[in-house]
Design a protein around this ligand. Structure first.
Ligand code: HEC
Length: 92
């Protein structure tokens, strides 16, 4: 895994830990991400990444993770193009 990806996962991990009630499984994940990334984790940075808009090829409208998964990961998301339901993503 590229270092950049590890950092994104680490940031998202700590963002998720703020969204969902703290549990042992989250603490385990966070300490793994922390070790792998070797950087301080930030819930704020994770939230920014989640909501950041990314330009798409071919002039399609830019989208973020939240465009399909929604702002609240405990709720069902919806693919912005196909309308397909995406299961909620609480860590389990
Ligand atoms: C264009 C729509 C779209 C966008 C934008 C999008 N996703 Fe997804 N994502 C999906 C779909 C569809 C699935 C598969 C859901 C399924 O298996 O039914 C998925 C699955 C996932 C899963 C696996 C969930 C699981 O329970 O296995 C993760 C993690 C995920 N996305 C993270 C992200 C992140 C992080 C971003 C932003 C960098 C992002 N997604 C942006 C549509 C999207």
């Amino acid at each position: 895994m590229k270092r950049h990806h590890v950092m994104i996962l680490a940031a998202l991990g700590i963002f998720l830990s703020g969204v969902f009630a703290s549990a042992a499984v989250l603490d385990d994940l966070l300490s793994k991400y922390q070790k792998t990334s070797g950087t301080a984790l930030s819930a704020t940075a994770g939230e920014v990444l989640w909501k950041e808009k990314h330009p798409q090829a071919g002039g399609a409208s830019s989208h973020s993770c939240a465009s399909c998964h929604g702002d609240n990961l405990r709720q069902t998301g919806k693919h912005e193009k196909t309308g397909k339901k995406i299961d909620a993503m609480p860590p389990r």
